[in-house]
Design a binder for this molecule. Sequence first.
Ligand code: TMP
Length: 204
Amino acid sequence: MFITFEGIDYSGKSTQANLLVECLKQRGCDVLFLREPGGTAISEKIREILLDRHNLAITQKTELFLFSAARTQLVTEVIQPALKSGRVVVCDRFYDSTSAYQGYGRGLVPDDVRTINRIAASGTTPDLTLFINVDVDEVFRRWRSSGLSADRMESSGRRFFEDVRTGYQELAKSEPKRFITIDGMRPVETIHAEIWRIVQTRII
Ligand code: TMP
């Protein structure tokens, strides 16, 4: 089973992914936890290039190809073998991030993004995608209170994040069975309890 988490930066999706993985492990599930971009030596190197805020010259299409290159390496080297051996794979982001960020956020041609996503995923599709939906105002509040400086992607501005969020909402509408929207404005434990209920119904 392949479960992915999606959402804009500071939506709390990584916290929720961690909580789910812990819960699965406690119940004896053989689970592999990954993040995108990353999860292999090569993909982590690509991540550094993508998030380095000094790399201002990266074009939108270069960005699309780099995220996709990191993904195809992860899919081939790690995800496909793990799924084949019966493990549950939980991934913090997958190709829906590319549709939302590079497609809706950057405004690249949707058909091009879909094609590149298809090539990079090599036929691997999430069984369940949990979209943690939060207001952009809340994201900026969380970011300010974290005291962290913005990476290259996070420096993209408010309008960009509004577009990315709209993108996720559209994606959720187009695939309601796979793509579940979770209200991320609630307390962490309430969100986790809802996610756990959903995952249990899919795993059994
Ligand atoms: P993270 O902060 O959740 O680890 O994600 C890294 C950043 O990369 C985040 O701003 C979202 C962005 N991203 C894309 O723009 N496209 C993608 O395909 C992926 C996987 C991430």
